[in-house]
Ligand binder design. Structure first.
Ligand SMILES: Cc1cc2nc3c(=O)[nH]c(=O)nc-3n(C[C@H](O)[C@H](O)[C@H](O)COP(=O)(O)OP(=O)(O)OC[C@H]3O[C@@H](n4cnc5c(N)ncnc54)[C@H](O)[C@@H]3O)c2cc1C
Length: 454
């Protein structure tokens, strides 16, 4: 269900003049055009500050043409695409450094095309193994089916990349002052002139012509634009990164194992690292678990009687690489969905279209968004900036047709793979997978061409 909250378009904003004159952000009285974002700074772990910059203020408000909120995959890819097209942007990131958690992401050929368009594909290829195929097994390790990617899908390229290295690679291509860390967006306000006033947790205020919300699955910018929270889909994931300092022993293939209401998989990502995951059914997301050894124990308990290859990979995993994530998505139904943009504010990545990871397409689509959005925005800015809103609408139309069906397909695939019914699972493992499944059509969506950045 899409819950329509206040539409920023229907608000009667305060004048820019009055906003510019506000002296103390703490005594500012905001009305319904502003949403409060909970302060969580105190609860966040202290991390190494990377490339800190301080925002210089003029009359208490810094002016920016383009502000990107969030230095995740969508935010950095968008800033880099804009940079390649000659458009400067400032990226605001709430953390003190690039987010290092999140283990690894599998990128398919559509993702690699985007990375090539941004000029970073080869920087990453040299660090991560090309995965040749896919082996599907039952929980006891019996092989049900295997595929070679290139036989099933022309020109397919599959590699799992470490999220940390992907983020650093994108960030390193940006100008030194492009990212402002420890800059958590607290409130957002539309001004009469159509600009957007962003207030950060530390009281800093920025007046931006264009704001690109890349602030992830719980996006405050999306909330301000009327989007509902993502819907929990009934299963959670454990992920981890196994380390083999003397070299990992696996073939360059993804292994999936399907049980009842429980599935797992692992894939070598480099000569010394192997990524693994477990998806398990749970009526609710459950309490947040932060003790790394408890996370590992819980993950191991789930699959304790499963095949030894999976258990070995998990055993080789340092506790502090393990994370648990409840999975959710948001279906952008036609007509009732809020628009991807409101004036000069637009969304990209999970902030707009959170999807379940069952097709391995969330990050790939965030990368695609970045290129399509940047091309349209840069074109509009070069034309004098009159048509920015039109450019955002065109981006929304083009990308919606791509991501709406993918979000639904990913959800349905997840439901099928999380079946608990014994008869259903027996049919899936003994008939559907060995004899009926065709991988090619399941990878059709990876043929998407994002085009070049020019
Ligand atoms: C279990 C799992 C497995 C997955 N596997 C794959 C896969 O194999 N392949 C794939 O393509 N995708 C995969 N995904 C999806 C992928 O992780 C996401 O689609 C991707 O990370 C989205 O990137 P993003 O930049 O939109 O959001 P994020 O990566 O969440 O980045 C958002 C950024 O915004 C910042 N932020 C948030 N709020 C504020 C604020 N108020 N002020 C300032 N900054 C803020 C955050 O700190 C963060 O840095 C997987 C997801 C999960 C859960």
């Amino acid at each position: 269900m899409v819950l329509l909250l206040q539409s920023p378009l229907s608000l009667s904003p305060p004048s820019t003049q009055s906003l510019l004159l506000l002296q103390s952000p703490t005594t500012t009285r905001f009305h319904h055009s502003v949403f409060p974002i909970r302060r969580r700074l105190g609860r966040r772990r202290r991390r190494r500050r990377r490339k800190p910059i301080s925002l210089s203020l003029e009359n208490n408000v810094r002016k920016e043409q383009v502000v990107v909120v969030g230095a995740g995959i969508a935010g950095l890819a968008t800033a880099l695409s804009l940079h390649r097209l000659g458009v400067r942007s400032l990226v605001l990131e709430q953390s003190e450094s690039l987010r290092v958690g999140g283990t690894s992401l599998t990128l398919f050929k559509n993702g690699w095309r985007v990375l090539d368009a941004m000029g970073v594909g080869d920087l990453l290829r040299t660090q991560f193994l090309e995965i040749q195929g896919l082996v599907i097994k039952s929980q006891d390790g019996r092989v049900l089916r295997s595929f070679m990617f290139k036989d099933e899908s022309d020109g397919q390229e599959v590699r799992a990349v470490e999220r940390r290295i992907l983020l650093e690679t994108l960030a390193n291509q940006l100008p030194a002052d492009a990212i402002s860390f420890s800059s958590r967006l607290a409130t957002i306000t539309r001004t009469e002139t159509g600009e957007t006033l962003l207030q950060l947790d530390d009281g800093t205020r920025l007046l931006a012509k264009i704001v690109i919300g890349c602030d992830g699955v719980r996006s405050p910018v999306a909330k301000w634009m009327g989007f509902s929270n993502p819907r929990y889909v009934g299963h959670c994931a454990f992920r981890g990164l196994a380390l083999y300092p003397n070299g990992q022993p696996l073939e360059p293939k993804v292994s999936y194992m399907y049980g009842r209401g429980l599935r797992a998989g692992y894939v070598p990502i480099s000569p010394t690292k192997v990524y693994w995951f477990i998806c398990f059914n749970s009526p609710s997301p459950g309490p947040k678990m932060s003790d790394p050894s408890a996370l590992k124990m819980k993950a191991q308990e789930l699959v304790q009687s499963w095949a030894s290859d999976l258990l070995d990979v998990m055993e080789n995993t340092p506790d502090d690489t393990i994370i648990k994530t409840p999975l959710g998505d948001r279906w952008l139904w036609p007509v009732v969905r809020p628009s991807v943009s409101a004036g000069g504010v637009v969304l990209a990545g999970d902030a707009w279209h959170p999807m379940t990871p069952n097709l391995g397409q969330g990050a790939c689509c965030a990368l695609e968004d970045a290129v399509v959005l940047s091309r349209k925005l840069a074109g509009a800015l070069k034309g004098g900036g009159e048509n920015v809103e039109e450019a955002f609408k065109a981006y929304g139309r083009e990308r919606w047709a791509r991501i709406f069906p993918l979000t639904i397909r990913a959800n349905l695939v997840g439901s099928l793979l999380q079946w608990e019914n014994p008869a259903g699972c027996a049919i899936r493992n003994n008939i559907v997978i060995p004899y009926l499944v065709k991988l090619g059509p399941l990878l059709e969506h990876t043929n998407y061409e994002c085009g070049l950045l020019n």
